[in-house]
Design a protein around this ligand. Structure first.
Ligand SMILES: [Fe+2]
Length: 299
């Protein structure tokens, strides 16, 4: 099996340590509209689809990322990736997590920056779809993680997990996709104040109406919108970002999806306001200078 076939399939879930379970649950169930699938002592699982969970919240003394769960298609691929990781000298814990974590076979290890990852095949499924009040979600689509070295991260995620790089953004980050093809299942970036850990997680509704209903809920509930409606240049998605007790979440739809064998070359995009939001085109100071000049003439 070549490394291209050792391919992780999709972002499956995030496990977060939380210090105030009630505040966290209010945010994830009310603002994001995830549904509680299982409650245990000091731990709650939440879902947005048929999978047992997209989020696992664990009460802890310190908040933060406990694990990024990544699904692989079958046990054969999981075994191949385990071999690649151990051959590269990476310490891997493998096991069966059906009872404790609702995943069957798993591998747990850290990326070069120290981000805790889990690959698994397979997760427990629920019998019926979730019943959200007003916002339908298709996917937990991507997470962006902080790393300390971009070259180490790109080498690791492409060679060990079989991810393909979609775009580089300046010298600061890259987006990479899993087998499910969404423009980025993971973004890895150098952050000013973070060497590792979660930057944000994105959930994908099917259309603009669902994004706007989510935005209306977030506003009504009083959570801070940290970046309002925008269209990302790299993926083409339309969405917004908002802040909860466990960090920033994003709701966006319409991201580019790569086909299984689609030929492409990762682009090198400039880190600019237009890359972050294509609707910012034409708003630079020089482009708007004639307006300021006219205003100053009119006094
Ligand atoms: Fe994002």
């Amino acid at each position: 099996m070549s490394w291209q076939q050792q391919r992780a399939q999709r972002l499956g879930y995030l496990a977060l340590n939380v210090t105030d379970m009630d505040a966290s649950l209010a945010f994830w169930t009310q603002a994001v509209q995830l549904e509680i699938s299982e409650r245990r002592e000091h731990r709650v699982f939440l879902r947005g689809g048929m999978q047992h969970h997209w989020l696992s919240l664990q009460e802890a003394s310190e908040p933060g990322l406990a694990r990024v769960g990544i699904e692989v298609a079958n046990l054969e691929i999981l075994t191949a990736i385990e071999h690649a990781l151990t051959s590269a000298g990476i310490s891997v814990e493998s096991g069966n997590g059906l009872k404790d974590d609702a995943v069957l076979h798993y591998l747990r290890f850290n990326d070069p920056a120290g981000n805790p990852l889990e690959l698994y095949a397979d997760m427990v499924s629920m019998a019926t779809p979730p019943q959200p009040t007003s916002v339908t979600l298709l996917e937990i689509q991507h997470a962006v993680l902080a790393v300390d070295n971009l070259n180490d991260a790109s080498e690791f995620y492409t060679h060990m997990l079989g991810m393909r790089i979609s775009d580089w953004i300046g010298e600061t980050m890259f987006f990479a996709h899993f087998g499910n093809g969404w423009h980025h299942g993971l973004g890895l970036g150098k952050m000013p104040d973070q060497q590792q850990g979660l930057h944000h997680v994105c959930f994908q509704p099917p259309d603009l109406d669902n994004v706007m209903r989510a935005r209306a809920r977030v506003r009504k509930l009083g959570y801070e919108i940290t970046l309002d409606l925008l269209r990302h240049g790299p993926s083409g998605s339309v969405g917004f970002y908002f802040l909860g007790p466990d960090g920033v979440a994003e709701m966006s739809f319409g991201a580019r999806q790569f086909g299984e064998d689609e030929e492409f070359r990762p682009r090198r995009l400039a880190m600019s306001p237009e890359t972050i939001d294509v609707w910012q085109t034409g708003l630079s100071d020089s482009e708007l200078s004639i307006v300021s000049e006219l205003r100053s003439i009119k006094g």
